[in-house]
Design a protein. Structure first.
Lengths: 241, 297
């Protein structure tokens, strides 16, 4: 790792790590909510609930780390000053992605550890490995959705807006209550949400069944839409700068 | 002004920038040689900040060009050779000056001379404290240290001493003069005229987005070698009309390009003046006078 990249990582980890307002909701809440809601459900859904809250954690980091920081950086004089420093700005993105991987890993590990500690699940190493892969794929989409959100929202609006999208999406996707328990009208909408797609892939990972290409396509679709939003919004910001 | 060379620290020609339909900057020229300090002056909203943002490459000009040591402003080569003060808002509160200085130094790929910078800018006792509780003056000192941390050959300082106490202002002026004496170049915006005179060799005055006056301070002084005579008169006595003197409520003031001649005539006419003081015109008054003469009454 080069000096500038290491410095960028140190800056990102220190800033986020010393900000309880960031890591409490993103890293601790998924495990806590799993203990409150996920672990209370039916025995046969227990392992799936673990996967649901793991995916929920991934989405949270994407929304709250990237969504909020992209919105804040656009308005922050310090971020502007960083642009006057030498070295490629790409390092800042790499540091952001590395930080999000670490936060996602910790958040997901807490959910899984809690599920095992509560003696709710019996899944093998292969299933956990598949779940990790799903989390990695999901974090790709979640990151781009977060950046899209940050590109649209002002710094002040970013946190409430992230909550406003994140929480309903988690419900609609069947991450909080199992999809069978969703009202049928909601279930129709649910099929098109990125959270449902992430959940379905997670549940398939636990069951060891084939990934439904339909849900992969839904995820890919949301990623493409998010990237398009980012490109358009950033071009607009540049024009008005 | 010496002939600008291609690889001079700053070479800007005909800069213009529009925001929507608002013309923030319409015609700015700037030139700066190595070992020179330039004061960028102008009223609020004159286009100073917009100009600085184009010099640092944060904004692309709509017309004209900026070269920094012969490189496009904002290019990696230009950024490696320049330092700038960040604005005071939006610092990552959770970090200490040592951490932020270390970060910036790493981006310049140099070792942070934290102790030396801390001593220069009075940050010793603050160096490991988190920025969150800093006063405006403490933040300003950190901002100044950040401009110099990368060992730049050109620094842009935006209102460097606003909010600093007298000792810190003098400390800064010493650092700035030392930097320039060692061949560094400096662009400074300030509302303190005495600070500009203490640090800068030349000034560029902008107003409504245009360069309205530029030159070396020494040349400007020579060009308008005007002094101000200040004196008291007994009550009910008024100076003769030829002096064009004005009364400020306490003392009389008169400006003249030939202060010796004026004084001789005052003595010749036996004007009963008391407490006479003769001093070169302040830079600010001097420039006001030049602009009045140029644009007419």
């Amino acid at each position: 790792m080069t000096g500038p990249l290491r410095a960028e990582c140190a800056l990102t980890f220190r800033t986020l790590g010393r900000l309880p307002g960031f890591w409490v909701p993103t890293v601790l809440f998924p495990a806590m909510l799993y203990a409150f809601f996920g672990a209370q459900g039916a025995e046969e859904w227990a392992a799936n609930a673990m996967a649901s809250f793991a995916v929920y954690a991934v989405l949270g980091v994407g929304f709250f780390q990237f969504g909020v920081s992209v919105a804040q950086d656009r308005e922050s004089p310090f971020a502007k000053w960083q642009q006057t420093l030498p070295c490629h700005a790409g390092n800042q993105w790499i540091a952001g992605v590395l930080a999000s991987l670490v936060f996602v890993t910790v958040a997901v590990a807490l959910v899984v550890a809690l599920a095992f500690a509560l003696d709710r699940v019996e899944v093998g190493a292969a299933a956990l490995l598949r779940l990790s892969l799903v989390c990695l794929i999901a974090s790709f989409t979640a990151t781009f959705m977060g950046i899209a959100l940050g590109s649209l929202a002002s710094a002040r609006a970013a946190v409430p807006l992230a909550n406003l999208i994140f929480l309903p999406l988690a419900y609609l996707g069947g991450l909080w209550v199992p999809p069978m328990a969703l009202p049928s009208a909601v279930n129709v909408v649910s099929q098109w949400t990125p959270t449902r797609a992430m959940g379905e892939l997670g549940w398939a990972a636990i069951a060891g069944t084939r990934w439904d290409p339909g849900y992969l396509a839904v995820l890919a679709g949301w990623t493409v839409i998010s990237v398009a939003v980012v490109v358009v919004a950033q071009a607009r910001h540049r024009r008005y700068e | 002004m010496p002939q600008a060379r291609f690889n001079d620290p700053v070479r800007a020609r005909g800069l213009a920038k529009l925001f929507g339909t608002v013309r923030a900057v319409s015609s700015i020229d700037l030139e700066l040689a190595p070992g020179e300090a330039l004061g960028l002056l102008g009223p609020n909203g004159a286009g100073k900040s917009t100009t600085l943002s184009m010099l640092t490459g944060l904004r692309a000009p709509d017309a004209g060009e900026v070269l920094i040591f012969g490189h496009r402003a904002g290019s990696p080569q230009a950024r490696a050779l320049t330092g700038a003060t960040p604005q005071l808002v939006g610092f990552p509160d959770q970090l200490s000056p040592r951490e932020i200085l270390g970060y910036a130094a790493a981006r310049y790929r140099v070792r942070a001379r934290t102790d030396k910078l801390a001593a220069c800018f009075g940050l010793e006792r603050l160096i490991d404290r988190r920025v969150a509780g800093f006063s405006g003056g403490e933040m300003r000192r950190l901002a100044l240290a950040l401009a110099f941390v990368g060992g730049p050959r050109l620094v842009f300082l935006d209102e460097p001493t606003t909010g600093l106490d007298g000792a810190a202002q003098e400390g800064f002026q010493e650092v700035a003069r030392d930097f320039v004496a060692k061949g560094g170049s400096l662009v400074l915006t300030s509302h303190h005229w005495d600070e500009i005179e203490a640090v800068c060799d030349s000034i560029t005055l902008v107003d409504r987005g245009e360069t309205v006056l530029e030159g070396r301070i020494g040349d400007i002084r020579k060009r308008a070698n005007v002094s101000r005579l200040t004196f008291s008169l007994p009550p009910a006595t008024v100076p003769p009309g030829w002096m064009h003197a004005v009364h400020d409520g306490a003392r009389w003031h008169s400006e003249s390009a030939d202060s010796d001649g004026m004084l001789r005539r005052m003595v010749h006419e036996a004007l009963p003046f008391q407490g006479l003081a003769v001093a070169p015109l302040d830079l600010k008054d001097l420039i006001d006078r030049i602009r009045r003469e140029e644009t007419g009454p």
